[in-house]
Write a protein that binds this ligand. Structure first.
Ligand code: 5AD
Ligand code: SF4
Length: 477
């Protein structure tokens, strides 16, 4: 039997009301009463696939779990509850989830009381939810992206009724303020400023699974960032699918929000992702250039260097506009780190088009690029387009792209050698365990010799060596 809680019938809700959240707090207590009866402290294993937004959602799910009496474990085998927060952007991420859920079959047989839950973007797609439900009858709970805040109620429903629960309402999306958050990091914190996406890039499933753009209230965002800085966090990552269209309906555009946040006293860095080039304004670049705390890193996904393909992708900019932005950003912020996303093998792309992407990469000289082979997503426009190029051919182009970026990126950081960078010390070295690792204002990894007592502090590091993905330096006293 499948049980549907209230609100799981396709209602479009925009703001989750205080009453609704109160109701969920009531269910948190009910679940807590259940877990209290266990002969041991219940353990949860949670794992998040995909983007930072998902990681941030998982911090909320973990926060609710902690309030419901759970501790956390690194191993799904001995957990009382396993929760996978899934990603739908590319097929290989989905295959990994199917593999990992499949592997839980034996754990569930050994421990029939174990609760297995799968949520997030992947199961927000109807055909996937159906497949998950049929192929894995031992999965207890499947819920979509718009009902995250109902997790306590759903979990209580399972404990109380002992039946499976599937809750995937279609919705334009919700904003839920005031959910508990479990942050494991003491130095870095992410803060979603908006949810959803209105862009409908033709290859992308995100608008379908995450709903329409909706921004959080500027006052809520500013208060949260202020609180985090007061609590000692040093790096705040603002999240949104397209942060540049933040606040359109809130009377405060993204550059203005950044300006407000930059005014908070203290030593900290504010970074953000992701910027859509079509909405990236010169004003934004000016605000970054003139700021005290905003990261000198721009992640500006270009996707393709061919204007023909950009049009087919529905990106709403051409390479001319993109290059103007890049040139302006570099002129205003000379130490800028610039990164991008690129898709190879979009339907109808020819080798000629692909060569244009290579040319653009040579022209821009990215510090690094996240490169993907196009993955067909059911329900998107691109999925209906002719796609005659074979996987082998796309694989060859992809390797050519990697090779080109490898060559360009190899010496990209050399320009920082001899310079002194202000670095936030974050943990043990990534190049060498004996070193400390940190992040510069440009969002570059910097390793250096230093004492653990420096963790969480900003230090000046003279850069002595550049690797393709990190810098090495010496601590200046
Ligand atoms: N296939 C391949 N890559 C994709 N991305 C989004 N959708 C797809 C897809 N269907 C990439 C884009 C985006 C990044 C987050 O993932 O490059 O910027
Ligand atoms: Fe997808 Fe485009 Fe929205 Fe990014 S901007 S989430 S690529 S539709």
């Amino acid at each position: 039997m499948v049980y549907y809680p209230k609100g799981c019938d396709g209602l479009a809700v925009i703001n989750v009301s205080e009453e609704e959240l109160k109701e969920q707090r009531f269910f948190i207590q009910r679940v807590k009463a259940v877990t209290h009866m266990f002969d041991h402290k219940p353990l949860a294993f949670t794992h998040s696939y995909g983007c930072q937004q998902n990681v941030s959602d998982s911090e909320k799910l973990d926060g609710m779990l902690a309030d419901m009496g759970f501790d956390f474990t690194d191993s799904p085998e001995n957990a009382d509850l396993v929760l996978y927060n899934t990603c739908a952007v590319r097929e290989n991420a989905e295959n990994r989830v199917f593999g990992n859920v499949g592997a839980l079959k034996h754990s569930k047989r050994r421990n029939p009381d174990m609760i297995i839950a799968v949520c997030g973007c992947m199961v927000q797609q109807e055909h996937i939810a159906k497949r998950m439900k049929e192929r894995f009858p031992y999965v207890d709970l499947i819920f979509g992206t718009h009902v995250l805040h109902k997790f306590p109620e759903m979990l209580y429903g399972i404990y109380e009724k002992g039946s499976r629960l599937i809750c995937i309402p279609e919705s334009d999306g919700v904003v839920a303020e005031g959910l508990p958050v479990r942050r494991t990091d003491k130095i870095k914190a992410s803060v979603p400023i908006m949810y959803g996406c209105n862009n409908f890039c033709t290859y992308c499933i995100v608008p379908k699974v995450r709903g329409r753009e909706r921004s959080r209230e500027p006052a809520e965002v500013i208060a949260e960032v202020r609180r985090l800085i007061e609590d000692g966090y040093k790096e705040i990552l603002l999240l949104g699918q397209n942060v540049n269209s933040y606040g359109k309906d809130k009377g405060m555009a993204f550059p203005q929000l950044l300006k407000e946040l930059d005014g908070i006293e203290g030593e900290y860095i504010i970074s953000f992702m992701t910027s859509h080039p079509k909405d990236c304004s010169y004003d934004l670049i000016d605000v970054i250039a003139d700021s005290r705390h905003i990261s000198h890193h721009l992640h500006l996904p270009v996707q393709s260097g061919s204007d023909r393909i950009l049009k087919l992708m529905n990106r709403h900019y051409d390479t001319g506009r993109y290059l103007d932005l890049v040139d302006y950003a570099r002129s205003r912020i000379p130490d800028l780190q610039l990164t991008t996303d690129i898709i190879v093998g979009f339907p109808g792309e020819t080798y000629e088009d692909f060569r244009k992407t290579l040319e653009l990469m040579e022209r821009v000289k990215y510090d690094s690029a996240f490169t993907f082979i196009y993955s067909r997503r059911e329900g998107t426009k691109a999925a209906e387009m002719e796609d005659p190029v074979t996987d082998e051919e796309k694989g060859r182009w992809f390797r050519e792209l990697l090779e080109a970026q490898g060559r360009i990126g190899e010496n990209a950081y050399a320009r920082y050698v001899g310079k002194t960078l202000r670095v936030l010390a974050e943990g043990r070295g990534r190049t060498d365990e004996k070193l400390l690792t940190g992040k510069s204002r440009q969002n570059i990894i910097v390793d250096f010799a230093g004492d653990d007592a420096l963790l969480g502090q900003f230090v000046d590091i003279r850069i002595t060596k550049a690797l393709p993905w990190a810098l090495i330096g010496e601590l200046l006293q």
